[in-house]
Design a protein around this ligand. Structure first.
Ligand code: CP
Length: 333
């Protein structure tokens, strides 16, 4: 039966740990298998990327396979995803054909499709990713959608394991000021994966920047099942106290989807306060600094923190390669 990787919740109990172990074997060189020999994987990018695109292409090559990179609206046709659409505007091809044609050439399809930050109720359902999953006969791998970035979250969990060892860690996910609203996929997936791993998770954000209620309910359930905990804070200083991991990310308020100027006005009060700096890091328990990248220096994090010995952002980016190889190996037989 076909298996997709749309969120880390698609991994059953124990599979997340198994994937991390498989990724560590790829990283150490202990696993040099070629499960993709003579096979191709499509990578569909609606949005820009450095890490995801490069690490997927390199990973597929290292597994013996071939990556087919497509950019709808760029070097491939513009795509419609809505059922029943009358395609008399700017969209040339429907996902119903695009996805099924690719399935005749490729053993899996990876897709990146960011939130447009225009309509919260619609985008929180991940409509484009869901359409890929609906029409496909081969596994769909989420390379960051409106709501989730599971490959990033797997690399994050692997990095925490590598740096701090096994067991429950005290982990802070902190909002940071950024000049414009950004999607929530990374914080959503980090919180979900940290909950699945049973970590002691603190989520800090200004009032009005809470994550999705329904997803948070699911995250709380996963955390309880795994023996972890979740606490919330609006105090960006106290939130750093005694944590072992600081994970910084900015995201937009769901209250202002479609009204970016209102979000920008609201967040202005948090500039210079909601930044990861040396003073806040001094409150941690020798905490490591993590960010998915790309990151705006001296906006999200100071040079002093990101260039410090406790910053693991480059290892974290490297681990995208190893963990995605583990995911491809698990999905494709
Ligand atoms: N972290 C991440 O997904 O990076 P890219 O957007 O460069 O792929």
């Amino acid at each position: 039966m076909r298996r997709d990787f749309l969120t880390t919740a698609d991994l059953r109990s124990g599979e997340l740990e198994s994937a991390i172990q498989a990724a560590l074997r790829f990283k150490s060189g202990a696993d040099q298998s070629n499960p993709l020999a003579a096979k191709s994987v499509a990578l569909v990018f609606f949005n820009p990327s450095l890490r995801t695109r490069a690490s997927m292409q390199v990973g597929i090559y290292e597994l013996g396979g071939n990556a087919v990179v497509l950019e709808p609206g760029g070097t491939s046709w513009t795509l419609e995803h809505r059922e029943g659409a009358v395609m008399d505007s700017d969209k040339t091809e429907h996902l119903a054909e695009f996805v099924r044609v690719l399935g005749r050439y490729c053993v899996a399809i990876g897709v990146r499709t960011f939130a447009a930050l225009k309509n919260w109720e619609e985008e929180r359902t991940d409509p484009i990713l869901s359409a890929f999953a609906k029409y496909s006969v081969v596994p769909i791998i989420n390379l960051e959608s409106a709501m989730h970035h599971p490959c990033q979250a797997m690399a994050d969990m692997m990095t925490i394991r590598e740096k701090l060892g096994a067991g429950r860690k005290k982990v802070l996910l902190t909002w940071a000021w950024h000049p414009k609203p950004l999607p929530m996929a990374v914080p959503n997936s980090f919180a979900l994966a940290a909950a699945q791993m049973g970590h002691e998770l603190v989520i800090a954000q200004p009032a009005g920047y809470e994550l999705d209620d329904e997803l948070m309910q699911s995250i709380k359930e996963k955390s309880a099942e795994a023996g972890g905990s979740i606490t919330f804070s609006n105090d960006v200083d106290v939130a750093f106290d005694s944590v072992e991991v600081v994970y910084a990310k900015s995201w937009g308020s769901k209250n202002f989807y479609g009204e970016p100027e209102k979000d920008i006005a609201e967040r202005a009060q948090y500039r210079d306060k909601w930044i990861v700096d040396e003073v806040k890091m001094a409150r941690t328990n020798s905490g490591i600094f993590m960010h998915c990248l790309p990151v705006r220096r001296n906006v999200i994090v100071t040079d002093g923190v990101i260039d410090s010995r406790n910053s693991v952002v480059i290892d974290e980016a490297e681990n995208r390669l190893h963990v995605q190889k583990a995911i491809l190996q698990a999905l494709i037989h």
